[in-house]
Structures are given as C-alpha cells and as structure tokens.
Design a binder for this molecule. Sequence first.
Ligand code: TYM
Length: 342
Amino acid sequence: MTTHAPRVFSGMQPTGNLTLGNYLGALRNFVALQDDEAFERLYCVVDLHAITVAQDPATLSRTTREVAAAYIASGLDPKRSILFNQSRVTAHAELGWIFTCVARMGWLNRMTQFKEKAGKNRENASVGLFSYPTLMAADILAYRATHVPVGEDQKQHLELTRDIAAKFNNDFQVPDFFPQPEPLIQKETARIMSLRNGANKMSKSDPSDMSRINLTDDADLIAQKIRKAKTDPEPLPSEAEGLEGRPEALNLVGIFAALSGVSVADVLAEHGGQGFGAFKPALADLTVERIAPIGEEMRRLMETPDEIDAILADGAERAGALARPVLREVYETLGLNGGGTA
Ligand code: TYM
C-alpha cells in the first residue's frame, strides 16, 4: 500500500503532429481525469525527450507550443491541471542524471522502444536515446506521481520506472521514499493502428501521412484519409469475434467505438453486415465531428504564442514548487552536500 497522495503525471513528445492515436490512447484520458478531484494532475510537454534525436531548434520551439495547444484544445484547463514543458523545470534533468546512476545497463538493454528507434544504426544513436527511460522515470518520480495515463507502448517504460523507484528506496534504505506508479491504460484504445497497415501502430513518425489522422488535419483531409484507409473486402461482422484476423477492420471499428463512446459490440450491432463503402463515410463524419474542432482551436491558440508561453511558465512555477522539496531530499539522501541549491 502506498502512502503517497494521489497524483497524476503524464507527457507527450513534441516531435511532430499529434495523432488520433495520441488522442485516443492518452490525451482523452488526461482530460477525463480532470473530473476526478481526488487527483492532482501534471501534464508535461517533454521537450528534453525530443532532443534524444536530432531536432531543428525553430521547429522544436513551435511544436512544443503546438502540443500545449493540443492539450488545451482537447479540454485541459490550465487552472485545474498543471501544464508545462519539461525543460522549464530543472528537477527533471537533475533527477534524470541521478537515475542513470541507479538504473542498470541490463535493464535499459531490454527496452524494445530503443531497439525500434535505434534500428540497425545502434552505434550512432545518442546516449540520450538509450537512457531515455531514466529521464521518464525522473519526470514521474520528481512529483512522486502515483498514476500515469499512457498508451500500451509506454508500459515497459513504466515498469522500468517502478524498478528504479524500488532500487532507490532499497539502496538508500528509504522505504516508500518513491511510490510505485501505476500505469492507467485504456484497454480499448491502448493501441490505435496505422490506417495503411493494421500491424503497425499509428505514429507521428510514420513516413506516410496517410497512415494517421493528425489533430491538425482539416475536415476534407480527415475524410480522405478514412476513405483511403486499408480494409479487406468482407462486410463487417455482427459480433466482435468476427473481427479476429482482420486487424484493419478491428482498428476502424475500435476508433468508431472510442469516438462515439459506445462498445465495439454496439457498433457491430448497428453496422454489422455493412460493407466498408457504407461504414467509412459514417466513420469519416464522426471523426470530423470529434477531431476537426480540436485542430481549429489549436490553430486559434497558436495565433497567440505568448499566451501559450505564459500558461507554460505559470505551470512550470507550480510544478517546480512541487519537485524542489523532493529533489532536496534526494540530494540529502545521497550525501550530495548542498545539492540542487545553485
Ligand atoms: P509519445 O509522445 O510517443 O506519445 C504520447 C502518448 O500517446 C500514446 N500513444 C498511443 N496510444 C495509443 N495508440 C497509439 N497509436 C499511440 N501512439 C502514442 C503513448 O502511449 C503516450 O502515452 N515516453 C513518452 C513520453 C513521456 C512520458 C513521460 C509519458 C515522457 N515522460 C512520463 C508518461 C509519463 C512518449 O514518447 O510518448
């Protein structure tokens, strides 16, 4: 049993356009948690994580504001949740370093996302890309966060975070210093797949823009992408079992269910027997209705970048006030005299 106050932390990388996968897998859940007064909430734009691969500075600066705009446009209220970008709060980088000394090479060697991202060119990957999950652990544990809403692909990083917390508590004989944070993964939307290939995750880094719906896509583009989405020639089944072995159909039905707030069974009860010629226009209309207004609001917010920066600065101040005492205790625990006071 943890004795830590319920606190939610999550983040997104500003490495390109946010997608429907980011929205359904994580962001929508950030917003839903806002209605649960039991939790304090911090939502971060993880710009320090973005630089683990090469970034153009002007683009990074813009996409960082854009992710903040997506947070707000999706319904996060900067008064009820703390919104900020990671590099404004130095505790993340400081604790990240300490955790690179707690985590073991063997643990990081097992991370599947590093293997995917580094590909064949491992020798040339940045050291930061390898130690990426230690910074993620620092993001969460600098606030002693207890709950972390994420998509399925972050589960392994969360397990590593728990291992780091346990090793720190154990090595320094400070039981319960850090909590064991719980991932909050929405089963139905944990893994939204590419529109071009039902075996791949929908991703902002996929070379094909047709593989994803971006939150900034306009109504015509959203409809076009859904019209062109890969499918099979069979009509939709009337029951969920009939989607087995049909990953593209399963994905589109899952998106429909998530966006309309009903179960897959309900979608199939209504649309079972239909071919994709009839189902796709219904899905396109629904997606446009739910997603296009977010993009419009993001564009409106991006017209006043100073206002976004003011929100992030205010959030960073509140976040820093929570993290600083934790960091002070960490330095003391490690015998690093006066650490963190510069
Ligand atoms: P990132 O920026 O890749 O993705 C942000 C969030 O979106 C989820 N997600 C998806 N969910 C369902 N289907 C998809 N196709 C899909 N694509 C992305 C991700 O699971 C994630 O929740 N390492 C993190 C960022 C991070 C973080 C943190 C998260 C840094 N520090 C601390 C939580 C807590 C990442 O790269 O997410």
